[in-house]
Write a protein that binds this ligand. Structure first.
Ligand code: PGA
Length: 253
């Protein structure tokens, strides 16, 4: 099995003191064969980068601008994220979609902008509870995936497109109610099929991660599913012990 990717999304949590405590506890816990990515608030990226210094743990932004530079007060370009050591950036997290009204079109622009800056986008897709109960899951997720490829335009057929997709059902985020491993796995297969309609080569190799209330108790059951290439972790990533246990489970399965 190809190595899994475990990503910490700290969201708007933490402090300089917390960074000083958590990062060494994660970096010092070696888990060969698992790629770990830390996405702290942007203000802490630089200090986290200085503490990482290990090939096993990578740095990622939580968001980036649709633009390359200019008069966009408060925004951060993907190139700037690269400048401070990021390899990854989360794109289209449901909190960005819901709280900051990011449409599929905006997410698509960020996706292309990130790739052009040499970052690996972690593209979040997922349905709300209401959409699921109305039977709209497939339609919603297909629309989210299609918008990425629409934004790529002519580059859609490139064989070396490097990005990740994180399936994060909105109803499972921060609620303690994760999707079942079977449901996550079925949805991952659906996502891979949709990617294949745009680019068959990318569909064969792309890693699809699950996110939404993953913790050290349930992570192992997700990793038993071959379709699940890793996890995007919110709450549990703020606790080094939990995060490290999840990394260990990802290595063992
Ligand atoms: P959670 O968040 O693990 O706290 O549910 C996941 C996410 O939002 O990426």
């Amino acid at each position: 099995m190809d190595s899994r990717i475990i990503i910490a999304n700290w969201k708007m949590n933490g402090s300089a003191e917390m960074v000083a405590n958590i990062v060494p506890a994660i970096v010092g816990f070696k888990v060969p064969g698992v790629r770990s990515v830390l996405c702290p608030p942007a203000i802490f990226l630089r200090s986290v980068a200085e503490m990482i210094g290990s090939a096993e743990v990578f740095l990622g932004g939580q968001n980036c601008s649709t633009e390359k530079s200019g008069a966009f007060t408060g925004e951060i370009s993907p190139e700037m994220l690269g400048n401070v050591g990021c390899r990854y950036v989360i794109i289209g997290h449901s909190e960005r979609r819901q709280c900051y009204f990011e449409t599929n079109g905006v997410v698509g622009k960020k996706f292309v902008n990130a790739m052009e800056a040499g970052l690996i986008p972690i593209c979040c897709v997922g349905e709300t509870g209401e959409e699921r109960s109305k039977g709209l899951t497939r339609e919603v997720i297909n629309g989210q995936i299609d918008s990425l490829f629409t934004a790529l335009g002519e580059s859609t057929s490139k064989v070396n497109l490097e990005f990740l997709i994180a399936y994060e059902p909105v109803w499972a985020i921060g609620t303690g109610e994760s999707a079942s491993p079977d449901l996550a796995s079925e949805t991952h297969i659906m996502i891979r099929d949709r990617v294949a309609q745009h680019n068959a080569v990318v569909a064969e190799t792309i890693k699809i991660l699950y996110g939404g209330s993953v913790n050290e108790k349930n992570a192992g059951s997700f990793f038993e599913k071959g379709e699940i290439g890793g996890a995007l972790i919110g709450g549990a990533s703020l606790k080094p012990h939990s995060f490290n246990e999840i990394r260990k489970l990802a290595a063992g399965a």
